[in-house]
Design a binder for this molecule. Structure first.
Ligand code: 6PG
Length: 271
């Protein structure tokens, strides 16, 4: 059975990024304490970028043992990693290049390759190996970060695309006819196996779709982002006031959330 959804409303995108950084630091600390490392899937998009920039600056940067983090990606576009459109490049510029990392900690999705099906298969094997699991089993991420597009997509799981139906693989090459392209993406079973999944959603253009993705309790939304329901892990939606403007106030409740959650959560004290 899926765990409950926690929806936290923040006054603006900056406060959303601060709250995401608080939760990121906590998740990393807990994972390193429990298992000696933090297995992370990064998202693309402008909202996650703000989080990465926070994490790369003080005091946040000092709150994480970066040597214990394994950086993976939730999706990647069919472009060179140096392209301005690459999720890898965005994460590299905003975060990775500012951290003291070893190359072996960075597990880039090779979506620039011509044979994307093989690239997906190999990436799935890489994830399984990181988890010391059988080649076809689902990885268990400590944290999967996700954004949501105004069309209800998340990662590169777009409405109406074949990847939505995949149940037996953790990574696939997904044809996205609405964008005239192919992408590599984690599948729902891989995302839903995570210990923590955190959506970061900001902007008025997402307000209407968010009411359909997060319908009142008891109703299942029909958009890709609605299909993220961790099996045993925790699901958190951090939404800014603009994106949450059409959600009923009663819905933005949950452990640690509620109307009072619009108040800023400050960064941890510098050590
Ligand atoms: C990508 C993403 C995608 C993104 C959403 C939200 O490759 O584009 O992984 O799923 O997170 O489109 O992006 P914004 O935060 O920029 O709206």
């Amino acid at each position: 059975m899926s765990a409950a959804i926690e929806i936290q409303r923040l006054a603006d995108a900056d406060l959303l990024a601060n709250q995401a950084a608080v939760r990121f630091v906590d998740a990393a600390r807990d994972a390193v304490a429990a298992r000696g490392r933090f297995l992370l899937a990064l998202a693309g998009g402008s909202t996650p970028r703000r989080l990465y920039e926070r994490l790369a600056s003080r005091p946040w940067i000092e709150q994480v043992d970066w040597s214990r983090v394994e950086f993976c990606w939730g999706d990647e576009r069919n472009v060179s990693p140096q392209s301005a459109d690459a999720n890898y490049r965005m994460a590299h510029e905003a975060l990775l290049s500012r951290l003291p990392l070893e190359p072996r900690q960075i597990h880039r999705m090779p979506a620039e390759r011509a044979d994307l099906a093989t690239a997906a298969e190999e990436y799935a094997q890489q994830l399984a190996a990181l988890c010391h699991a059988a080649p076809n089993s689902m990885p268990v991420f400590d944290l999967v970060l996700l954004g949501m597009g105004a069309d209800g997509h998340t990662a590169s799981l777009f409405p109406g695309t074949a990847a939505l139906e995949v149940t037996d693989r953790s990574v696939v090459a997904n044809a996205v006819p609405q964008l005239g392209t192919h992408r590599l993406t984690l599948t729902f079973p891989a995302i839903n196996a995570a210990r923590l999944v955190m959506f970061l959603v900001a902007g008025a253009e997402k307000a209407q779709r968010l009411t359909e993705v997060l319908p009142p309790p008891g109703i299942q939304g029909r958009w890709p982002a609605s299909m993220v329901r961790p099996t045993t892990g925790h699901l958190v939606w951090l939404v800014d006031q603009q994106a949450a403007s059409r959600l009923p106030a009663s819905q933005t409740c949950g452990a640690g959330a509620g109307p009072q959650s619009a108040a800023p959560s400050g960064p941890p004290a510098a050590t």
